[in-house]
Design a protein around this ligand. Structure first.
Ligand code: CMP
Length: 141
């Protein structure tokens, strides 16, 4: 089924100049780009995006990090692209992510690695619809 997913190149990926490499992998996989924006997220936007994590120990540092600089928000489109992108991204922890995946190849293995793990991708059709609404109001999921 053709789906849309919301991808973020996080501030670490943006700062390290990895946006093009992430987009290249998305396009090489055969997904198309339906929308793209470079923006420094507000805390309000992040509170909405990370609502399910509110109260967890990593929530505050995560919001702090995610609002520390520009991110590239991208809506991708393609067959099973929600699950497919999560596969391209690899495990959340770059140290555990398989070589060949974005986090396995590009994620760092030290410092705040789990938090600064280069990319975010929606984890379900419901999350994708919700997240696309947060980052691209007016765009249909
Ligand atoms: P993301 O896909 O953006 O969704 C939630 C984020 O929380 C996740 O990627 C990680 O960056 C971050 N995260 C998840 N677990 C932890 C953790 N144990 N410590 C710090 N950050 C975490």
């Amino acid at each position: 089924m053709t789906e849309r997913s919301l991808i973020l190149v996080k501030p670490d990926g943006y700062r390290r100049g990895l946006t093009g490499e992430v987009l290249r992998r998305i396009e090489a996989k055969g997904y198309t780009l339906a929308a793209l924006a470079v923006t420094t997220p507000t805390r309000e936007q992040l509170a909405a995006h990370y609502a399910e994590h509110e109260g967890k120990p990593f929530y505050e540092p995560l919001v702090e990090f995610m609002s520390s600089g520009p991110v590239t928000a991208v809506v991708i489109e393609g067959e099973e692209c929600i699950k497919g992108f999560r596969s391209l991204a690899g495990a959340t922890d770059p140290t555990a992510a398989a070589p060949g995946s974005i986090r396995g190849d590009l994620g760092r293995d030290w410092g705040e690695a789990v938090q600064q793990n280069v990319v975010h991708g929606s984890d379900s059709p419901e999350s994708a619809a919700r997240e696309i609404g947060i980052w691209f109001p007016g765009l249909s999921s």
